[in-house]
Design a protein around this ligand. Structure first.
Ligand code: B12
Ligand code: SF4
Length: 454
């Protein structure tokens, strides 16, 4: 029997411009795979994507007053400050209008990825329920998979936990979307066996998601049919599937690279050999994310990272020497906002990225229940709602002054140019300024070369 199914991707929330930027390519890959599967089975499918994929121009208006969604506490449970969160995506009125255009659906499928954004998801489910009390509402994605009891509070009929195995290898049909995205996504492997203290990935083994030859066919078909020229890999740790990755790259090279590719979910630097990096270059890869996390051995130990800072610097320097545009296209991520972390961790990590030739990309810690970082910070988080754990609210910091300082540090260590960062750092408190100057002097001694001691 043909069912009428509406798929909805809710908007997300951002506290600042940097966070808006993080969502620029957060396309609803998994939900579109499921929609494609149902369409192929003959169901009558509509896809309502409430997200907006903003570029430089869009960033300007992203924090406009009419987009304000709510206000949340900033800092730990003892702080008094509050901060506005803004909707990145379409308003609920847009959803109501779209839903009232078609016939009543039999089923509504909603996805939700990041748990601290759950409020928009709940609002979407409530809106759908109000308009179509008899439709079966299903909720899936990372947030309901990680916190099913919490997710059930929204009133969905089904909270789906885990991966949708049948949909996992489906090539999403872009024709279900309104308009063509600038970038499209692809997956090669699933899972990560590490247990970093801030990460929620609890999957044991790395598995191949789909045959690499099929993935290449799919990419080229999307490029041909829709004119998409850039493809971004969406695997949490693709280097654990290096054999699959190499097969994929070999096939792309053999068929003649026709598209630009990015690996921006984290390339584990100690596993990035020169031979793989060269293949990536030949296959048309232009951008990567290299997780630095911390320059400080004790912080890396705490995080449980399986490599040291030198490996991260070597990987960036190696790619720089191969002719990749690492300074603008290699996001080098590091964690900030860990309670009690040293200024040396913040500034030395930032300058380690610049010294290696990468683009500094600080990630404020979003402590998620179930992770070691959450447990370590629990006494100062107790009672905070999931929505209050967005890292850009600095939920672990102990005072309003510290929150204000971190707003400034965040701007400084996001700066790709050391001299502009120095101008921003000019009136930091003396201890912070001294540490900044010390680490900048280290950076200015000259670029990191592969194999240099750190
Ligand atoms: C891609 C990704 C991103 C992207 C986009 C995320 C998004 N869509 O909003 C970007 C780069 C923006 C991102 C950013 C961040 N991310 Co992220 N990210 C991921 C990643 C690697 C993959 C998610 C994904 O799209 N998977 C691919 C598709 C295929 O899977 P899927 O959508 O879940 O769909 C499948 C199933 O869930 C199911 N399904 C999905 N929907 C539905 C609906 C129905 C009805 C049904 C039946 C089934 C179903 O079927 C699908 C097929 O199997 C995950 C790790 C992971 N293993 O999932 C982390 C992850 C989601 N991110 C995480 C975090 C913490 C972050 C950051 C906060 C990091 C930071 N400090 O900045 C930021 C937050 C964003 C921000 N702006 O600040 C955490 C989330 C933890 C949490 N408590 O929510 C994860 C789990 C990784 C981790 N470190 O633990 N991230
Ligand atoms: S290596 Fe990456 S994906 Fe794996 S547990 Fe650590 S942060 Fe998560």
């Amino acid at each position: 029997m043909t069912r009428r199914i509406v798929f909805v991707n809710p908007p997300v929330l951002a506290a600042d411009r940097h966070q808006v930027d993080l969502y620029a390519e957060a396309l609803p890959f998994g939900l579109l795979q499921i929609a494609t599967l149902h369409a192929a089975r003959g169901d009558d499918v509509r896809f309502l994507d409430m997200m907006e994929y903003l570029d430089e121009e869009g960033f300007e208006g992203a924090l406009a007053p009419e987009r304000r969604w709510t206000t949340k506490p900033a800092g730990d449970i003892h702080c008094r400050g509050r901060r506005d969160l803004y909707r990145v995506g379409k308003p609920l009125s847009w959803l109501r209008e779209r839903l009232s255009e078609g016939p009543a659906p039999d089923e509504i499928a909603v996805t939700s990825c990041i748990s601290f954004n759950y409020e928009t998801t709940h609002a979407v489910v409530r809106t759908c329920r109000e308009m179509f009390p008899r439709a079966r509402i299903r909720l899936g994605g990372f947030y309901p998979s990680a916190y099913p009891e919490h997710a059930a509070r929204c009133g969905a009929d089904e909270v789906f936990v885990g991966r949708h195995r049948e949909a996992d290898a489906v090539c999403p049909a872009l024709e279900l979307l309104d308009g063509t995205p600038k970038v499209w996504l692809f997956r090669l492997v699933h899972g990560c066996r590490y247990r970093c203290s801030f990460c929620m990935n609890r999957v044991e083994r790395t598995e191949e998601v789909a045959d690499p030859a099929r993935v290449v066919d799919d990419l080229l078909a999307v490029a041909r049919r829709h004119g998409v020229r850039t493809f971004s890999n969406w695997d949490p740790n693709v280097m654990l599937g290096a054999r699959v990755l190499e097969r994929f790259l070999d096939i792309v090279i053999a068929r003649g690279p026709a598209v630009e590719m990015k690996f921006e979910m984290g390339v584990q630097p100690d596993r990035l050999t020169a031979s793989i990096a060269l293949k990536m270059k030949r296959a048309g890869v232009t951008a990567m994310t290299i997780p630095f996390e911390s320059s400080e051995p004790e912080m890396r130990k705490r995080f449980g990272k399986p490599y040291d800072i030198r490996k991260a610097m070597d990987a960036v320097a190696m790619c720089r020497d191969m002719g990749f545009d690492t300074a603008s296209r290699f996001h080098c991520t590091f964690v900030i906002g860990v309670r009690g972390e040293s200024l040396r961790h913040v500034f030395r990590t930032y300058f380690a990225v610049l010294k290696a030739g990468g683009r500094p990309t600080p990630f404020p810690l979003s402590p998620a229940p179930g992770t070691r970082e959450y447990r370590l910070h629990e006494p100062v988080l107790r009672g905070k709602d999931l929505s209050e754990l967005n890292g850009h609210l600095w939920p672990t910091l102990e005072s309003d002054e510290k929150v204000a300082l971190y707003d400034r540090l965040f701007r400084i260590v996001s700066e790709p140019d050391a001299h502009r960062a120095a101008a921003l750092a000019a009136d930091l408190p003396p201890d912070a300024r001294e540490e900044f100057d010390r680490q900048m002097a280290w950076c200015l001694q000259g670029p990191h070369q592969v194999g240099d001691p750190v």
